[in-house]
Ligand binder design. Structure first.
Ligand SMILES: [Zn+2]
Length: 220
């Protein structure tokens, strides 16, 4: 797999400070204009791999069906997928969307209300269910560093769900913020000492706002 060349607007999605929130940012939502990144098995492999880098992700997609997006053959692809006994690609994409939606909703609630004590039970249950699966075993290399692991989609989703549990129940749960820049709304964890960070990215959203503010105060 080649590392995707990252446009600044795309890179912005992966600066939340936590893998679970970066994963949430692969979605398309009403709050931000960014497109869906995980629409099929190839997108799942690519973007889960990016969020959890250097982990490599292997989907259960049957060989030969990966890059065929021709709508005229979709019926044939469905038949091929239906014939396989292992998890179908759509099952894994659907599972990723289910976990991602739960993480996104919970993170948004926590970013807006520090003292919430009645989170949606369905979303909590969803995160717990994915966290219950075993994550991939960590590996080390002979040079003493962590070696890249290869994970299945359930293993990768377990890592993301466990990160969400850790974030939502830990001391940084009160530091989950939504970017204040117009049309952004990306989430991030404010790890700054004073806890006054307002933007997901100073280079983009912070500066944009400062430029706008400067113009409004200097324009007669
Ligand atoms: Zn932002």
């Amino acid at each position: 797999m080649t590392t995707p060349r990252m446009a600044p607007s795309l890179a912005k999605r992966f600066r939340s400070g936590r893998v679970s929130l970066d994963f949430a940012h692969t979605a398309a939502t009403d709050e931000w204009i960014e497109p869906e990144l995980i629409g099929d098995a190839a997108g799942l492999e690519r973007w889960l791999g990016h969020v959890l880098r250097p982990m490599r992700i292997t989907t259960a997609t049957p060989a030969g069906t990966r890059d065929n997006d021709d709508p005229t053959t979709s019926a044939d692809l469905t038949t091929i997928a239906d014939l396989t006994t292992s998890a179908r690609p759509t099952d894994e994409v659907t599972a990723a969307h289910e976990l991602r939606g739960a993480i996104l909703r919970l993170a948004r609630i926590l970013s807006r209300d520090n003292d919430v004590d009645d989170l949606p039970g369905v979303d909590v249950e969803t995160v717990n269910r994915y966290a219950a699966s075993p994550p991939p075993a960590p590996r080390m290399a002979v040079d003493g560093t962590a070696a890249a692991t290869t994970a299945t989609v359930p293993q990768a989703l377990s890592v993301l769900a466990r990160d969400a549990v850790d974030l939502f129940t830990g001391p940084l749960a009160h530091r989950i913020r939504e970017c204040e820049a117009d049309g952004c709304a990306f989430l991030f964890v404010d790890a700054s000492r004073p806890g006054t960070r307002r933007w997901c990215s100073m280079e983009r959203c912070g500066n944009l706002l400062k430029v706008r503010k400067h113009r409004s105060t200097t324009t007669p």
